[in-house]
Design a protein. Structure first.
Length: 365
């Protein structure tokens, strides 16, 4: 739909509803915003996640989280947008020294009846990441991933008895600097939530996606590229968990436990078939004037037709732990310390690694 055509529809709708230019200015003139800006310095061991060559580096950090929203026309509609950035500039990396993730999202939400809401929106993701691709410790080789994905989605949320549910359908196109990996994606997510007790909530999610690659060839079960056949994959998965929010010594604690299982299927030959099992825990609390956020993730991958070393099917498992502590310095300023560690073990050559990061910074809200 063209911008001119969209503007014509909006203008006609305003005329029908009796809105003048002054009314429109009044309805859109005030916004609710929340912004968090952070900066700091840190140090990472094995920043490229390499097994053969491990590169340690200091880095400068910049982070942004911003949300703006506005309800208008009698609270019938709500417009909201968010921006997120995580940028780390390393002093020991050549070529592309920046690891960066940027996310922009905007959506329009409207009531559909008394308890239901519908929404339509768009997201844009941009990322730059450098990995180790070294096979000889005498010569380090880096592998750079640069990609972007515009995505459009529609959603609907409502209640069924004591259950809250949310359905979202989305379509996007992931484009990489290496165009041979570009793909179109179509996704669906269904979330359920139900309170069990005053401080206990059950949450679950069903999800799936399908990817159609623009140029990437499918492979036979022996790994040989099929030059005239493009790769198509799909994933189905389920996630369930509990959220516990007890009040202890006048402090709200938040404990979340989640388990998930996902299967990816190669729709052409099955070569890329794999399963993923994961478990997550997160605990947030406050003590001595400090906010604590501790999270951990365990993940297992099991491939159905690809082999690792020793003739066994390829498999890996990993642990990731992160602890962030934040203390207020004033009404708007705070200092934070972030510690993280990750370890992955794989029976595939050059795929195991360990990495640790410490980050110290200040945050303005």
């Amino acid at each position: 739909m063209s911008r001119v055509f969209s503007a014509g529809i909006i203008a006609a709708s305003l005329t029908v509803w009796g809105y003048t230019g002054d009314d429109l200015y009044s309805e859109f003139s005030e916004f609710s915003t929340q912004t968090s800006v952070a900066a700091g310095v840190g140090y990472t061991e094995n920043v490229l996640l390499g097994e053969v060559v491990q590169l340690d580096s200091a880095f400068a950090y910049f982070g942004l989280e911003g949300v703006a929203n506005k309800s208008f026309w009698g609270d019938q509609f709500t417009w909201s947008s968010l921006a997120y950035a995580d940028v780390r500039t390393y002093d020991k990396l050549d070529g592309v020294p920046v690891h960066a993730i940027y996310l922009l999202q905007t959506e329009l939400e409207s009531y559909v009846g008394l308890i239901s809401k519908g929404r339509v929106g768009a997201r844009y993701l941009d990322l730059t990441q450098v990995f180790d691709a070294t096979f000889d410790e005498l010569e380090r080789v880096d592998f750079i991933v640069e990609g972007s994905e515009p995505e459009f989605y529609v959603g609907y949320e409502s209640m069924l008895g004591e259950f809250e549910y949310d359905i979202e359908l989305s379509a996007g196109h992931m484009a990489f600097k290496d165009m041979s990996n570009d793909y179109d994606s179509f996704s669906v997510e269904v979330e359920f939530e139900r309170p069990l007790l005053d401080a206990l909530t059950w949450k679950s999610e069903l999800e799936g996606w399908r990817r159609q690659y623009d140029e990437k060839s499918a492979r036979s079960l022996s790994g040989i590229p099929l030059a005239d056949t493009l790769l198509e994959t799909e994933m189905v998965g389920a996630e369930t968990g509990l959220r516990f929010t007890p009040i202890i010594f006048d402090t709200v604690n938040i404990l979340e436990l989640t388990a998930a299982y996902r299967e990816r299927e190669d729709l052409v030959t099955g070569y890329y078939d794999r399963s993923r099992l994961s478990a997550d825990i997160e605990w947030r609390t406050s003590a001595w004037g400090i906010d604590f956020d501790l999270s951990g993730t365990y993940t297992e991958y099991q491939y159905d037709h690809q082999f690792g070393d020793g003739g066994d099917l390829k498999a890996s498992d990993s642990w990731y732990w992160e602890l962030e502590m934040e203390r207020k310095l004033s009404e708007s300023w705070s200092a934070f310390l972030n510690l993280s560690t990750e370890e992955e073990s794989s029976n595939e050559s050059f795929a195991s690694f360990e990495t640790r990061t410490v980050l110290l910074g200040i945050r303005w809200r």
